[in-house]
Ligand binder design. Structure first.
Ligand SMILES: Nc1ncnc2c1ncn2[C@@H]1O[C@H](COP(=O)(O)OP(=O)(O)OP(=O)(O)O)[C@@H](O)[C@H]1O
Ligand SMILES: [Mg+2]
Length: 443
């Protein structure tokens, strides 16, 4: 189940073109988590994750790498934008909330895993509950023959409920009233007393009168009871414990847009709140204990991967202490014409595939000729050169421009095949690209 560095890189290769160094650094960091876990506890404590800072122009795949990691990972993982946070004491999200998000994610993973494991028990219990309503219990002093016939009826009924032949029949089930009381996040500001009183009020109400009757089809009952049974069978404590341990040993926080909390040399000190956020980050990245609604979580071994374009500022503008906490630096390269071409042709769910699928809904078949794809790439590269380099995002604007009209009229073209060739692309774009001013506004 644990992926080797090569497998991780191969997986990322399906979606992200180039950026070898970044992929390699990340693959290694992930593998090192696994390696560390194989060691004895004493050594484990000593081995700290080496946090990574990815630096690269806009639109070269930083966030894309993170998105793909998120889908791939079985470890707790969150991607957060550094720009979302505010310094502790100010209105907004404080940086500790990223750890709480991570824990919430871990709990979800652990719960899914646990529920899968006890799925059979859950299903069995649901059927049992339904059958017990259909076949009322016998009094304890029932005769031998009554008992035998009871067992017989019970078993037939069980079969019928299981195979769905009773699904249309109605039964009355007992459901809990609002069993779920949101316990406020212990890490959140406690100022709002009203939340607390509400929560307590609900608890008291529910304790007094906690079920109600509902008459539904058996099919519906099975669905409704699922939640009830889950709540009965799932061991929350076990899940929480597992989740916290996973966070502490394998958790990863992807801190995107880190450059947005860094001021450039000349502007330094103008926006103290940015520095404040950086300062608040220090203990978390270094390792500290954060309180969450699931309990205390230690971040000593949480891996941080930060990414930023650093257009205006540079990594050396970060607080020195924060710089020091991201020892591994990787640069992502700019995307040239051939990389752009590969992004269109060699990635899963590429932009072209997306367009084909979208217009397919209207019954229009799009066919991209290779010449057209090459033209997309070369014109995008040209536009990037002439104006700002916005990386692969340029492909979006360029292709959209070419397909705009086709997409607009697609509903009238049901059943048609539309060929996109080089001529069409150039005809739509050449004039725009030649003029720098127009490029600036249109692409
Ligand atoms: N190397 C790449 N391979 C495949 N697709 C890419 C690559 N780089 C960028 N893209 C595509 O371009 C778009 C923008 O990329 P992404 O969001 O990763 O940019 P970024 O590096 O995070 O930029 P920013 O600094 O502006 O946040 C996405 O749709 C992504 O799929
Ligand atoms: Mg990004």
């Amino acid at each position: 189940m644990e992926m080797t560095p090569k497998q991780i890189v191969a997986y990322l290769d399906d979606y992200v073109i180039g950026q070898k160094d970044a992929k390699k650094a990340i693959a290694l960091a992930l593998r090192n988590r696994y390696r560390r876990m194989q060691l004895d506890k004493e050594l484990q404590d000593e081995i700290m994750p080496k946090n990574i800072l990815m630096i690269g122009n806009t639109g070269v795949g930083k966030t894309e790498i993170a998105r793909r990691l998120a889908k791939m990972m079985e470890l707790p993982f969150v991607k957060v934008e550094a720009s979302k946070y505010t310094e502790v004491g100010y209105v907004g999200r404080d940086v500790e909330s990223m750890v709480r998000d991570l824990v919430a994610n871990a709990v979800r993973i652990s719960r899914e895993k646990y529920e899968k494991k006890i799925q059979k028990d859950i299903d069995k219990e649901i059927v049992k509950k339904v059958v017990e309503i259909l076949v009322p219990k016998l009094p304890t002093n029932a005769t031998q023959s009554a008992q035998e016939s009871f067992i017989k009826t019970y078993n037939t009924m069980e079969k019928k409920v299981l195979n769905g032949s009773m699904d249309d029949k109605f039964i009355t089930i007992k459901l809990p009233k609002n069993t779920h009381v949101e316990v406020f996040d212990s890490g959140a500001p406690m100022a709002d007393i009203s939340i607390m009183t509400d929560a307590i009020g609900n608890m008291i109400k529910n304790a007094k009168n906690n079920t109600y009757d509902k008459t539904v089809t058996i099919k519906e009952a099975k669905k409704l009871l699922k939640k009830v049974v889950k709540e009965e069978l799932v061991d929350e404590e076990l899940i929480t414990k597992d989740a916290i341990s996973n966070v502490e040993n394998g958790g990863i926080i992807f801190l995107d847009e880190i450059d947005k909390i860094v001021e450039s040399g000349s502007n330094k000190g103008q926006d103290p709140s940015k520095q404040g956020v950086q300062r608040d980050l220090l203990p978390i990245v270094e390792g500290s204990s954060i309180s969450t609604k699931y309990g205390q979580v230690n971040t000593d071994h949480v891996l941080f991967i930060a990414a930023g374009a650093f257009h205006i500022s540079s990594p050396s503008d970060m607080l020195p202490e924060l710089q020091g906490r991201f020892p591994l630096r990787v640069e992502l390269e700019a995307l040239d014409e051939s990389a752009l071409y590969k992004i269109l042709t060699n990635t899963k769910n590429s932009l072209l595939t997306q367009y084909e699928a979208m217009l397919g809904v209207e019954g229009v078949k799009l066919v991209f000729e290779d010449g057209a794809i090459k033209a997309f790439a070369s014109l995008s590269a040209k536009a990037n050169e002439k104006t700002e380099d916005i990386g692969a995002r340029r492909l979006h604007t360029v292709i959209e421009k070419v397909l705009e009209d086709i997409s607009f009229d697609a509903d009238e073209k049901n059943g048609e095949t539309i060929k996109i060739d080089k001529k069409l692309v150039e005809q739509k774009l050449q004039a725009i690209i030649e003029s720098e001013d127009i490029t600036r506004y249109i692409l």
